[in-house]
Design a protein around this ligand. Structure first.
Ligand SMILES: Cc1cc2nc3c(=O)[nH]c(=O)nc-3n(C[C@H](O)[C@H](O)[C@H](O)COP(=O)(O)OP(=O)(O)OC[C@H]3O[C@@H](n4cnc5c(N)ncnc54)[C@H](O)[C@@H]3O)c2cc1C
Length: 450
């Protein structure tokens, strides 16, 4: 069956507040990102309701940035002039069951899209730790989940609709637009406003999630590959203390064999006897169900439940991608900094991600392991630690997460992205005058080293 009608999300899913088209930011507080560590440089925010409004607004502006759900920790989304929000453009446009794709308006969050898809019998291949983020904001920064055979969330993209700086609508598809498509999907918000996204779907599946406590570091060192291949998605949480990984989260698909039989012990770690939060002091109520209870993919792949605060809330985040083949060396390199890191850390998460073909993806042509840090919200302390971590990781050519905090200099970033010159050419075609640039992008992407 091929549905081409405009498909409404369920009534529970459309209960979010509706904003007027010209939104003067009415909140008493300044416009900030989700974590509150970035106060944006303008409060001018226009909320579009239709493609025509997006086009008209872009044509009128000299400089603007499109804002998603504001979950980035750095200034990649910042603007000094104008923001355009597509939050109200969050409908499912078409579910094409023959092609196994769903086309959505780009402001939709995974938390709204996923239950709809599951209700129709379909699933996405993976999700991030939280479902609260917009599809456009996630794919443009190469947001990822875990699983050594799973590409980041951008790898599900089959097509994009982008409104360029002239207000023209550009369609790109994996099948028809080869190179430009691979340049545009992880576009860092520089090509224009992504108005629609077509995502590959697969038949819905059920999962079980298990947690194991206290995996000895020497077991991880000796059995990293075996541990990572145990489940569809594996996350390792550590505070870097006591030579151990505090929690191992195994997310297992129930349609894959052999099934994980959940023994009481896993490489020396003990099976948890209750649901836990990655930050052990926090309530597991915010977390997806564990203890092997079967459930749909979208209630097991993220760590945090929609409708609840993900992670800690008041925090900072950094994350580095290194080639998967250096995983153990890189982990041990960071572990050497345990005494410096410890006082400022809430938790570290280690994940694996499959290689992809997106020019600006940190996983471009490279199976990767990510070492992530959820920090206490103390920027003076964290800003001193980042160069120390980056120095330890330097032998492995780390690439930072585009949406998180880092201090890697632009020249080093440019050296890590061999397709950067082509990406800059593509950006100039979409936006010759730099309408979608900002200071972060001018420094890290378009600077003199590029
Ligand atoms: C608690 C928490 C947990 C997280 N967990 C993970 C995780 O598990 N894995 C991971 O990889 N990341 C994770 N992140 C980071 C997050 O996924 C990224 O920051 C992502 O980009 C957030 O999307 P957003 O919609 O909030 O983007 P925003 O922060 O609003 O914007 C990010 C970028 O996207 C651009 N953009 C947004 N919408 C559009 C559009 N329609 N058209 C063009 N450009 C657009 C913006 O201009 C900007 O450049 C987490 C963040 C938080 C706060």
């Amino acid at each position: 069956m091929k549905k081409r009608t405009f498909l409404k999300l369920g009534s529970a899913a459309i209960a979010s507040p509706v904003l007027g088209p010209l939104l003067a930011w009415a909140a008493p507080e300044k416009l900030k990102n989700w974590a509150g560590n970035v106060e944006y440089s303008t409060e001018n925010l226009y909320s579009a309701k239709s493609l025509e409004q997006v086009r008209d607004f872009i044509k009128q502006q000299h400089r603007l940035k499109v804002l998603g759900t504001r979950h980035c920790f750095n200034r990649i989304a910042d603007s000094t002039q104008q923001f355009l929000s597509l939050k109200e453009m969050d409908q499912v446009v078409a579910l094409d069951t023959a092609a196994r794709t769903v086309t959505v308006e780009s402001g939709v969050t995974y938390g709204r899209l996923s239950p709809y898809l599951d209700g129709q019998g379909w699933a996405l291949h993976n999700l991030a730790s939280l479902p609260h983020i917009s599809v456009a904001g996630a794919i443009t920064t190469a947001t990822h989940g875990s699983g050594e055979k799973n590409g980041n969330l951008s790898t599900a993209v089959a097509g994009l609709e982008i409104v360029n700086a002239a207000g023209e609508v550009v369609q790109l598809s994996r099948q028809k637009n080869g190179d430009n498509f691979f340049g545009a999907v992880v576009g860092l918000g520089v090509l224009g406003a992504i108005s629609k996204v077509t995502l590959q779907v697969q038949p819905s599946f059920q999962m079980r999630q298990y947690v194991y406590d206290n995996l000895p570091l020497h077991e991880l060192k000796d059995h990293f590959d075996a541990i990572e291949s145990t489940a569809y998605s594996v996350s390792l949480f550590t505070d870097w203390q006591k030579q151990r990984v505090n929690e191992v989260w195994l997310k297992c698909r129930m349609d894959q064999s052999p099934a994980f039989d959940a023994p009481p012990e896993f490489y020396g770690a003990k099976k948890a006897i209750r649901n836990v939060h990655p930050i052990i002091e926090l309530s597991a109520e915010n977390c997806t169900e564990q203890m092997g209870v079967p459930g749909p993919w979208y209630e097991r792949l993220p760590h945090f439940k929609m409708g609840f605060t993900p992670s800690a809330g008041k925090e900072l985040q950094s994350e580095y991608f290194v080639p998967r083949r250096h995983a153990v060396e890189a982990i041990l390199a960071v572990e050497r900094l345990r005494d410096q890191i410890g006082p400022h850390l809430l938790i570290t998460e280690i994940r694996t991600i499959a290689a992809d073909n997106f020019w600006m993806s940190p996983c471009y042509k490279q199976d990767s392991v990510t070492i992530h840090f959820t920090w206490k919200q103390d920027w003076p302390a964290v800003s001193k630690l980042l160069p120390a971590i980056e120095k330890e990781l330097a032998p492995f050519y780390p690439r930072p997460h585009w949406g998180k905090l880092f201090s890697i200099p632009p020249a080093q970033l440019h050296a890590a992205y061999r397709k950067l010159p082509e990406f800059i050419d593509l950006a100039r075609k979409f936006d010759p005058q730099g309408k979608f640039h900002n200071e972060f992008l001018d420094t890290n992407i378009f600077g003199p080293d590029a």
